[in-house]
Design a binder for this molecule. Sequence first.
Ligand SMILES: [Fe+2]
Length: 322
Amino acid sequence: MANDPAIQHEIIADIKRIAIELGRIPTRDDYLGNGGIFSGRKIEMSFGGWTVALNAAGLSAAKRDKRAKVSNEDIFGRDLVEQLAGHQSQIATPDAPKPMKSTAVVGDLHFPFTNMQTLEKFYAFLAKEKPARCVQMGDLLDQMSHSKFPTSRNIYTPAQEMSIGHKMSKEFWARVQEIVPGIECHQILGNHDVRPIKRLIESYPAGELFFSIDRFYQFDGVTTHLDARKELILDGVIFHHGYRSKLGDHRDYALMSCVVGHTHTGGVTFRQVRGEILFELNAGFMGDVDSKALSYTSQKIVQWTQGFGYIDQYGPRFIPCP
Ligand SMILES: [Fe+2]
């Protein structure tokens, strides 16, 4: 009986047995030469051919060799227009950008030595764009009085500098929340902010237990991140004051998108890593380069760039304020 289901079932079981023993899909000769119990003729009578028998056994002949030969006929016989119309790129496309809340990024303010014109431009930007979030990237206060570098002591007493700087900081955060009610606010700390702690530890390490600068960095409606080393991560992006000088170095170290300040030089750089486009945004500078506190560079001409950063669904950018 040519198509006896019982015989077909036994043939299928035997082909599978040989496939398992060989560890591959057998050819007809493989089967016959490695102990297959049915003759080639019997298989052809039952299924009509070896390929049909393999398909019935769930062992597609097409899978036997992934590097199936492609003939000139396969290549040159195709209609090119039809082929291109159905073409799907084999190149991996980058993941869609992660959803990012619209975020205004304020770089080094250095209160009370701040460029108020740049700050006013930032407030105008807030009023227009109404971002969902604002992050101040540290160096909120200059803390000139606590610098270990030679600086003037004839401008403010340490108490005056702190009093004026803290008042300006409070006004800054109040103004941000007045312009955009309900905005999510984050304050992180920079190297200038922690200067008083550094000076204390240098001369009286045990005094650290009895000393805190925290209250000068806490404001109504603002989440303050008091550990200056710890990265703040929002929507998968690191926000850190920064410590490296070359734009992109923080991103390349962490292999994550980063927002930084510190160098006072705004800008953005991109890099594709394993199909994902990572960035580093530097938020630039809002200090007053002509102030006594920030005139420590050896030249009057500096490359610091006034401005601020912004990130939305279209990515990061630095907005210069000449
Ligand atoms: Fe700074």
